[in-house]
Design a protein. Structure first.
Length: 651
């Protein structure tokens, strides 16, 4: 059989045994790209005809589809120039109603291999993915008169670009954390080349040049970023980038960053040499790119893109103030995922001021809920309660019952976080009643889960199990996989609390299986961590190491930086218990890098103390069990769902 090669990252090329194959038309290649990227799903002929031949009558569109499918089958089944006979690939499986792409095992399809590599856990496939992403999907191949197909193509390009950026970003961080500065520099430059206006890429380069004390390269990178942002968007670098440059460069940076972050546009003389007038930028394009980045867990890229959109919007006199509030809330949610609390609080304050100026009660309430959540994590529980209560009053005044339920859950979280269990229970019961009144089964399930978490905190695991069981049933019926996984995890914690270690293990394993089945990587990481800690408690240190390394691989693959630092601290503890002090030190040194990157100062100090204990020979200092939990949440579509994860550095 001839070898099929399909290259879609670039202008598009089909080869059999290295010989290019000419297809019937550009739309035939477009059809092949769509089927390949959307496989193994089957597609109705009517939809495919409308996708690519919308300008034709129904009959003509179906005939054009038949012709394109015939062209594909003829091309893929044609005699090979390198061998005698025919080479039936059977890539396109077409029935009278459905069409499906079935790639042969020997086929080489760059975009599918790229997706396989970026979703793997390990730096070898990530490096392969970086090499595969040479250009956007079907670069330069636009189809006039096919708006639905063009929308799909644009969205696919944005998603693949976001994946490529996220992949390079984690390669940079992975190399940086291992003190491999030359590899980090290589990947950071590739990240910058992929998006020359990317501030996260520029910040990576600034840090790397600073550590090498290459001040000329550091200054050149800063000047390049300023010129590029001015040329592309007419804006200065963000305050975060400006402050980083000032901190790295010291007093010499003050003059060049005096106005940075103010939104002032530099003179044309600062533009990059050879560049002409700035092109018009559509904030919506930046917004779409940011949402695509969030979809692949590339939250650093998303924050950067939201920031660019906000700065472009600020230059538009007719820009809607309400739209600015909405963009600020999107940026704040991404900042929360990164744990960048100072920027998160600043963004919330800006959004609240804008919403109140608009006298928009709905947006003001939404911002107040975000402020309540941030205040809880900053241990300002009184402020969190005040904000949630104010939002609750606004939603009740508006008659917005779903908003009221969300506010009750936020207020309950604030009380739960503050160990005010009676008040938290009342909020959870009120939210449950409201979800039932609305007929919101998924919201009801999450409210039941929250009740269970609060009862667990009260030391009532049996009552908690009762609520978890009800929540799991509702989540299962609604096919709410994330909610079901989280409730199984909570049930495992309750069983552990009740002394049923075997039952807890069964539920952790069930949560792990479901997480892997549905691609819920965050919960996969936490389930692996919980199983590792259970094995450690049973002195099964080999099994614990295997499980914890899998959790760390998952953390790396999704950029779960906060969990990664804490998991590395536990890894150090396990190594020390096995007498592997060199490996323990290595894990702690890497944890320090991650805590520094995420600006988690409390964890940074705790890890330094543990490293000092290890160096002083205090061998009992790193025992991973027992420890306190950290109250946290997952944001599902119906609101905040409470959860508690173990942390070796919990205060």
């Amino acid at each position: 059989m001839a070898r099929l090669i399909l290259r879609l990252l670039g202008p598009g090329e089909l080869l059999l045994d290295g010989v290019p194959v000419r297809l019937h038309s550009a739309k035939t290649l477009a059809l092949l790209a769509y089927l390949a990227l959307e496989h193994p799903r089957a597609h109705g002929r009517e939809r495919l005809a409308a996708l690519l031949w919308a300008e034709q009558s129904d009959a003509a569109a179906r005939q054009s589809l038949r012709q394109a499918l015939y062209s594909l089958n003829h091309a893929l089944n044609a005699p090979s120039t390198a061998s005698s006979g025919t080479t039936p690939h059977g890539c396109v499986d077409a029935s009278p109603e459905l069409v499906r792409f079935v790639p042969p095992a020997s086929a080489e399809i760059d975009v599918l291999r790229f997706l396989e590599c970026v979703h793997a856990t390990g730096d070898a496939p990530w490096r392969e993915a970086a090499a595969l992403y040479r250009a956007p999907l079907l670069d330069g191949k636009e189809l006039d008169g096919c708006p639905t197909y063009q929308s799909w193509l644009d969205a696919a390009r944005e998603r693949l670009h976001a994946l490529a950026m996220q992949n390079l970003d984690r390669l940079v961080l992975d190399a940086y954390a291992r003190a491999d500065r030359s590899t980090a520099l290589q990947h950071a430059r590739a990240l910058r080349d992929l998006d020359p206006a990317s501030e996260p890429a520029a910040r990576h380069l600034l840090r790397i040049h600073s550590e090498a004390q290459d001040w000329r390269a550091l200054d050149a990178e800063w000047q390049r970023l300023q010129a590029r942002l001015h040329q592309d968007l007419g804006v200065q670098p963000s305050r975060e980038s400006s402050e980083l440059y000032r901190r790295l460069r010291g007093e010499q940076a003050v003059a060049s960053t005096a106005d940075a972050g103010s939104g002032a546009v530099p003179s044309a003389g600062n533009a990059a040499p050879g560049q002409g007038a700035r092109r018009a930028i559509d904030p919506d394009a930046l917004l779409r790119a940011a949402r695509a980045a969030e979809g692949v867990h590339a939250f650093s890229q998303a924050v950067d893109l939201y920031g660019r959109a906000l700065r472009v919007l600020a230059q538009t006199p007719a820009a809607s103030a309400a739209r600015r509030v909405d963009l600020l809330l999107l940026q704040e949610a991404a900042l929360e995922r990164l744990g960048r609390r100072a920027e998160q609080v600043s963004t919330i304050a800006e959004a609240l001021s804008a919403a109140e100026a608009l006298a928009d009660d709905a947006r003001t309430a939404a911002v107040l809920l975000r402020q309540a959540g941030a205040s809880s994590y900053l241990d300002d529980d009184a402020q969190a309660c005040r904000c949630a209560e104010r939002a609750l009053l606004l939603y009740r005044r508006l008659g917005d019952q779903p908003g009221e339920a969300e506010a009750l859950r936020e207020l309950g979280f604030a009380h739960w976080h503050a160990e005010q269990h009676a008040a938290a229970l009342q909020c959870a019961r009120d939210a449950l009643a409201l979800h039932r009144q609305l007929g919101d089964a998924v919201g009801e399930a999450s409210a039941l889960h929250n009740l269970a978490e609060i009862h667990r905190g009260l030391g009532s695991p049996r009552q908690a199990l009762h609520w978890y069981e009800q929540a799991i049933g509702l989540h299962w019926a609604a096919r709410n996989h994330r909610g079901e996984i989280l409730s199984r995890f909570g049930m495992a914690n309750a069983l552990q609390q009740a002394g049923d270690a075997l039952g807890a293990m069964r539920q952790y394993k069930a949560a792990l299986r479901s997480s892997e089945e549905h691609g819920e990587h965050t919960m996969r990481s936490r389930a692996l961590h919980a199983l590792a800690m259970h094995s450690a408690a049973q002195s099964e240190l080999g099994d614990a190491l295997t499980l914890l390394r899998r959790a760390i691989q998952t953390d790396r693959s999704i950029g779960y930086a906060h969990a990664l630092g804490h998991d590395l601290v536990d890894l150090a503890a396990l190594h020390q218990r096995r007498g592997e002090c060199v490996e323990a030190r290595t894990a702690l040194h890497e944890a320090l890098v991650w805590f520094d990157l995420t600006e988690d100062h409390a964890a940074l100090e705790g890890a330094r103390e543990r490293l000092a204990d290890l160096d002083a020979g205090r061998e009992t200092a790193l025992t991973p069990m027992p420890r306190r939990g950290v109250k946290s949440h997952l944001a599902l579509g119906e609101g905040k769902v409470y959860c508690e994860f173990e942390s070796p550095l919990a205060r």
